[in-house]
Ligand binder design. Sequence first.
Ligand SMILES: *Cc1c(COP(=O)(O)O)cnc(C)c1O
Ligand code: SF4
Length: 408
Amino acid sequence: MDSFKNIPEKDWLDWHWQIKNRVMDLETLVRYISLTDQEKKDIKTVLKQFRMAVTPYYLSRINPDDPCDPIRRQAIPTILETHRDASDLDDPLHEDIDSPAPGLTHRYPDRVLLLTTHICSMYCRHCTRRRKVGDNEDCHFTKEQLTRAFNYIREHKEVRDIVVSGGDPFTLSDQEIEWILSELRKIDHVEIIRFGTRTPVVMPMRITPELCSMLKRYHPVYINTHFNHYNEITPEAKRACEMLADHGMPLGNQSVLLRGVNDDPAVMKKLCYELLKIRVKPYYIYQCDMSVGISHFRTPLSAGIRIIENLRGHISGLGVPHFVIDAPGGGGKVPVMPTYIISQAPGKIVLRNYEGRIVTCADPPIDNLEQKEELSRYYSQEGVAELLNTGKPAIDPDRLAKKGPRRG
Ligand SMILES: *Cc1c(COP(=O)(O)O)cnc(C)c1O
Ligand code: SF4
């Protein structure tokens, strides 16, 4: 079996070398990973439908002889991907349907998702956007398409937070990233810019001092990355995250709950500890969604609830992410957790803590209902919050609202 041990360090640490030498076909893969004849046949079949690319760096973290290696499961195709489950959907999150401009999804009141490229340095086998990502490797969005997205943002003054994602935006050059940042910073009402990137996990040498100093000029810039298992937290990944943090970028992590990779509370707890040590705050754990060809990764909802039960109260609150389901059909992220409120009565609530102690708290009436005029735009006028903040009595689905109030 070949290994990457003899690659000169100056090549190994050069992200262009890593991209150029990605393993994209079976012939190259068999030099580094042991595969049965059946697995070889299966990978050939899958590659007709979905692209494979693994950076030499990420591939080198796989134990070549362990078929259950958690990095291998994320990077190397299996025949299960060709299975189309009855519940699979082509665009489960309605990112295309809810899109007012190329690459743009505007789902929440004050923030948008902006896709800038379809390219990633490593294609995750569990990718939710796999219908697009990696389809066509020439496919960064053009300046003309991005300009249409910027125009939309400019015309929508309520948008104050931009999530720049893809694909992986850090596959763009420093110049391209800087162009996007400088265009966004020309829009006065854009306050926060965030990047969603898997680069610190799959190609940490891309995080260079030059990239970091450039990003720093456009603060506040946040980074959300995507570690799924503690084996991914290597000295190289640590160095990349620390460099970003040293340049003032707060780092969050978004994991996807994956069967056979991280659906064990012990694995997640260790991951959360290790993330905090490299200054990355666990932000979300996503329930694996309904995209085509990833049903073998899905876990029952109870797996996520069990994980939160093992974290909340047991480890630092800083290390406890929100477990969310991105609801199909553009419903957005819905948090799910164990139930902590046991009962309520006027003036009193009954709670349970992580130890199972059942405690009561006096629940005082709210006396500051007078909404402050100067803060009026911060009181949400949408969703369930509207019921709390206004005189609106109920939210009825259209079908029920038409019937009028229910009687008897
Ligand atoms: C996840 C997501 C965001 C950002 O959500 P936060 O909860 O603020 O991190 C914004 N837009 C879309 C479409 C998203 O899916
Ligand atoms: S890095 Fe993100 S967009 Fe790219 S393949 Fe992985 S999950 Fe998909």
